[in-house]
Each structure stands twice: as structure tokens, then as C-alpha cells.
Design a protein around this ligand. Structure first.
Ligand SMILES: Nc1nc2c([nH]c(=O)n2[C@H]2C[C@H](O)[C@@H](COP(=O)(O)OP(=O)(O)OP(=O)(O)O)O2)c(=O)[nH]1
Length: 150
């Protein structure tokens, strides 16, 4: 029998790590949103984004998703980390991009909740695919201890 966890073709997903910086340019907080009702892991906290559609670049997909979900027009996209996650529902390849600048006010166009967070993250539950991102941010910031409340 094939090992479905390793042989499933991953779905590519564009994910935005929207960051607010302080006056010295240090990353201060990042945006988490909940997965909307009706989707797998509804109510879990994640970084906004979604699947890359056929013919789209990573950057185009991220621009479209953040426009659709948050009503903002993002400026520069900084590809940052790539991670593969195996869920029962799908195998996903997550392309995490940092975004520092955008135009427009945040609107939760899919009925999500949102929270600007810093480490340790206080909202819960976080999506499993979010946890490695919190670890990378912790490494960059020299943050030690639990990255989120469980
Ligand atoms: N947006 C997002 N998705 C994540 C993160 N971490 C993680 O494992 N995922 C997974 C959950 C989903 O299986 C997949 C994203 O797919 P999705 O269903 O949210 O994408 P979509 O908006 O294009 O959905 P749809 O139109 O097909 O309903 O990636 C994350 O931080 N953000």
C-alpha cells in the first residue's frame, strides 16, 4: 500500500506574515486570523493566505488572497520560509512571506477574527502549521520559552 503521507502531491499555499515594526525598525507584532467557518480547522488561528491557483506566481497569489480576505493591497512581498505539512485532509507546501507595508484598512471579509500578536502568542488554538513559524520568529528575535499558550 502506498504511504499516502509521503506520496501525496503537495498543494502550494501562499501565506503572509504581516508585520508591524517599531520606530527602530524592529519587528513588533504580527497578524493572526482565524480560519473561517466551513473550512477545515475552522476557528484555528493562522497567518492569512490561501492556495496558489494555476498560472499564478507566489506573489500574485498572496496579493489576491490578502485582497480577498483582508481588503488590503500589499506592497513588497519578501519570501521567507517554505515548509511542508501533512494533514489528514491534504499535504501542503506553505510559502511564508513577510509583508511590512500595505494600503487600506484591515477588513475581515470572510468573517474571520484577527489579532495582532507578539511572542508568546495568546490566542488559541493555533493551527499546527503556524507553530514552526512562531519558532522561526522566536529564533530571529532571540525569544526563549513557549511560543504560544496551549
Ligand atoms: N492560510 C494559511 N493556511 C495554512 C497555514 N498553515 C497551514 O498549515 N495552512 C494550511 C491550511 C490549509 O490546508 C491550507 C490553506 O488552504 P485554504 O483552504 O485556507 O486556502 P483557500 O483560501 O485557497 O481555500 P479554498 O478557497 O480552497 O477554500 O494551508 C497558515 O498559516 N495560513
Amino acid at each position: 500500500m502506498p504511504d499516502s503521507a509521503t506520496e501525496r502531491i503537495p498543494v502550494d499555499v501562499a501565506v503572509g506574515v504581516l508585520l508591524r515594526r517599531d520606530a527602530q525598525g524592529r519587528e513588533q507584532s504580527f497578524l493572526l486570523t482565524t480560519r473561517p467557518p466551513g473550512k477545515v480547522y475552522a476557528g484555528h488561528w493562522e497567518f492569512p493566505g490561501g492556495k496558489i491557483e494555476a498560472g499564478e506566481t507566489l506573489e500574485q497569489a498572496l496579493r489576491r488572497e490578502l485582497q480577498e480576505e483582508l481588503g488590503i493591497t500589499i506592497e513588497q512581498v519578501h519570501p521567507w520560509k517554505v515548509d511542508v505539512m501533512d494533514y489528514p485532509h491534504a499535504r501542503v507546501r506553505l510559502h511564508f512571506c513577510k509583508v511590512y507595508d500595505w494600503q487600506g484598512d484591515l477588513q475581515m471579509l470572510e468573517g474571520q477574527q484577527f489579532a495582532w500578536q507578539s511572542l508568546p502568542v495568546q490566542v488559541q488554538p493555533v493551527l499546527p502549521g503556524t507553530i514552526p513559524v512562531l519558532r522561526w520568529l522566536a529564533q530571529e528575535q532571540g525569544f526563549e520559552g513557549n511560543t504560544h499558550v496551549e
